[in-house]
Every structure is written in structure tokens, then in C-alpha cells.
Ligand binder design. Structure first.
Ligand code: NAD
Length: 259
């Protein structure tokens, strides 16, 4: 299927590794030129060069912390005219409900709610002017089904989800499509760190920890960044114009619901 986005330009945040990288690769495979972002310059340059070489698209890397105002300004300087925005950043740390103070919440809200909102506010006007735009926010399965120890993430991502629910309907008449992708467990560095925690806590091997977690998923395996990227590219495509304000689970069937 031709997704109809060859020659468009996308900003993919937090994309040197993992799910963001999967999205960047899938868009590049469709001929989309990229602004890629991550915090560390070396891995970002490696990823940008690899993608530009493989897919023959233009890739502009911007090393910056996307959750800081300064970092966003640096990224936006290269991305004012984008047609597609993929919002992503690292998730907040785990803990217990009584662990977090106001400052912890402010940090989590800044990273996982107010950063994607700031980027949408900066880039939606350009998309509206063109009469075409796509936004995908990488959130989490925790939006539908709380992960108890990730209270900061549950809270911040719920806030973003509420904002998108209304905003997506306000910009849809102007040809701009906003949706959220909700990852369940995917085989990225984050899954490695989660499994390391389980292995250490239970005194089992990494392989056992992974097998144990996979057994809880109907697919009996983790998702891949490639699968995630393909779904993202479809939501960014010309074919996705009637999908508005949805929260789409990519979790191997983990969220147990009829509808
Ligand atoms: P990852 O650790 O594999 O990759 C994170 C990427 O984001 C890297 O490129 C890193 O450089 C970049 N990054 C992190 N913080 C950044 C910042 N402040 N500014 C710029 N770049 C930054 O993570 P992932 O598994 O790809 O996860 C992506 C998002 O999806 C996270 O918010 C995570 O919480 C969420 N998520 C992941 C899973 C999973 O199983 N992998 C499940 C649910 C939710």
C-alpha cells in the first residue's frame, strides 16, 4: 500500500533508539524526510546516518532534551514546517503512591504531558495552514489499564490523553489528524531494564524473566519496534484521515476487553 506521504517532512522526538526509532524508520521507508531528536549526540548521529543511507531521505538530527524549553526551541528551529509530528520521550521512574512530591509530578507532567502539548501548539498552526497534518503521540498501555508502580506515568499520560481527545476534534475540520499509540511491552532497552529488575528481585535469569512476562501476553512474545513503527506510519498516512482522537493499543492483546 502506498501511504501517500512520500516527500513530506516529519519530526520524530526521542528517536535514536526503541519505539521512536521504529517510527522514524517506517516513515523514512515511505520517503518521508526527517528531523530526528535524542539527547546524546553520538547515537543520534549514528541513527540519522544509517536511516539517510538506507532510505535515501534527508535526515536532520537535533541533539536536545525535548522535555526542556531550551531543547524544544532547538528542535523547533529545524522543524517549523513539518507535516507530521511524532511525540515521544522517556517515561518517569517507578515508585509507590506516597513516594512522589509536587516536584516529581511537575517533572512527569512536563515530560509526558506538557512537552507533547507544547510541540502540538507550536506545529499545529503550520499544519492547519497547509490543510494537512498528522500527529501521533506515543503514550502507554497504562492509559487504559494502570501500572500501579508507574503512578507518575499514569497521571501525566492521562492528562495528555484528555487534551488530545478534545483538541483532535477541534483541528479535524482543517485536515489535521491526531491519535495516540499505546504500547504494551516491546523489545526495547526499556524492556531490558524492566526484565533486569525482575531477574534481580526474583533471583532468576533474564531469559526466565522475559519468558515469564511473555507468558502473560496473548501473543506470548514482546512487540517489536518495527511493528510499532508500521502502525505509526499508517496513522501518519494519507489513508488515516478518518481516524480521529483514538487511543490504539499495540499490546499483543494484553488489555483484556471486548471493546
Ligand atoms: P527506549 O529507552 O528504548 O528509547 C528511548 C529513546 O528516547 C532514546 O532514543 C532516547 O535517547 C530518547 N529520549 C529519552 N528521553 C529523552 C528526552 N528527554 N529528550 C530526547 N530524547 C529522549 O524507550 P522506548 O521503549 O522506545 O519507550 C518510548 C516511550 O514509550 C517511553 O515513554 C516509554 O515509557 C513508553 N513505553 C514503552 C514501552 C515498552 O515496552 N518499550 C511500553 C509502554 C510505554
Amino acid at each position: 500500500m502506498d501511504l501517500g506521504i512520500g516527500g513530506k517532512k516529519a519530526l520524530v522526538c526521542a528517536s535514536s533508539r526503541g519505539l521512536g526509532r521504529g517510527c522514524a524508520e517506517a516513515l523514512a521507508a515511505e520517503g518521508v524526510n526527517l528531523v530526528m531528536n535524542a539527547r546524546s549526540e553520538g547515537p543520534l548521529m549514528d541513527a540519522a546516518n544509517a536511516i539517510a543511507d538506507l532510505y535515501g531521505v534527508t535526515v536532520t538530527p537535533v541533539a536536545a532534551d525535548i522535555t526542556s524549553e531550551e531543547g524544544r526551541a532547538k528542535v523547533l528551529a529545524e522543524a517549523t514546517d513539518v507535516d507530521i509530528l511524532v511525540n515521544n520521550a522517556g517515561g518517569p521512574p517507578p515508585g509507590m503512591w506516597h513516594d512522589w512530591d509536587r516536584e516529581d509530578f511537575i517533572r512527569a507532567l512536563d515530560a509526558n504531558m506538557l512537552t507533547p502539548i507544547a510541540l502540538m501548539k507550536a506545529l499545529l498552526p503550520g499544519m492547519i495552514e497547509k490543510g494537512w497534518g498528522r500527529v501521533v503521540n506515543i503514550t502507554s498501555q497504562s492509559v487504559k489499564s494502570p501500572i500501579a508502580q508507574l503512578g507518575l506515568s499514569n497521571s501525566a499520560r492521562a492528562g495528555l490523553t484528555g487534551y488530545v481527545a478534545g483538541t483532535s476534534r477541534q483541528v479535524a475540520p482543517m485536515g489535521v489528524v491526531i491519535n495516540n499509540l499505546l504500547p504494551g511491552i516491546h523489545a526495547t532497552d526499556r524492556a531490558v531494564s524492566l526484565d533486569t529488575g525482575v531477574a534481580e528481585a526474583q533471583g532468576i535469569t533474564m531469559e526466565e524473566a522475559k519468558k515469564q512476562r511473555a507468558a502473560t501476553i496473548p501473543t506470548r512474545r514482546y512487540g517489536t519496534a518495527e511493528e510499532f513503527g508500521a502502525a505509526c506510519a499508517f496513522l501518519c498516512s494519507d489513508k488515516a484521515g478518518f481516524i480521529i482522537g483514538q487511543n490504539i493499543s499495540l499490546d499483543g492483546g494484553s488489555f483484556n476487553a471486548t471493546i
